[in-house]
Design a protein around this ligand. Sequence first.
Ligand SMILES: [Zn+2]
Length: 95
Amino acid sequence: MSNVIHIVAYRDVTIESCPFCNKDTGNISGGNGQLYFIVCTNCQARGSSDPTAEGAVNLWNKALQQSQAKVNNLEQTIRELVSKLTPAAPEVASI
Ligand SMILES: [Zn+2]
């Protein structure tokens, strides 16, 4: 793609790792009258579009935070389910 701008061109904004493959390979695409969006060059995941490059980065970073929150919620649910499945420890007989 000829309109891909590398992350180095945007020093004031930080593109977080890809929410899908966790690689730091997000590139800004768009401009020239088109909406901006982030594309992961590793897995080809595409972020939401925005009229500004900074907005596209924010949407991308927000997607990462949302996916991390979902993972945290799933981990908590799994912990609760495992605790319900694990039999209670036998009581120690007092002497
Ligand atoms: Zn990716």
